[in-house]
Design a protein around this ligand. Structure first.
Ligand SMILES: [Zn+2]
Length: 58
């Protein structure tokens, strides 16, 4: 089983799905963020980061 390839896929920082090839790399608050869409980046910025951003280890 090609699990290694799946492990290399980035996960959307907002919705958590595996993003096989069309990920969007953003930089927010000096942290590199991978998201699957502009919509997810907005959700990350307005929801995830204020709630969890400062506590995230990676
Ligand atoms: Zn997403």
């Amino acid at each position: 089983m090609p699990l290694r390839e799946v492990d290399k896929m980035p996960r959307c920082a907002s919705c958590g799905i595996l993003v096989p090839c069309q990920e969007i790399a953003k930089t927010h608050a000096s942290v590199k963020v991978i998201v699957c869409s502009e919509k997810c980046f907005r959700i990350y910025r307005t929801y995830w980061y204020p709630k969890y951003g400062q506590k995230r280890a990676s």
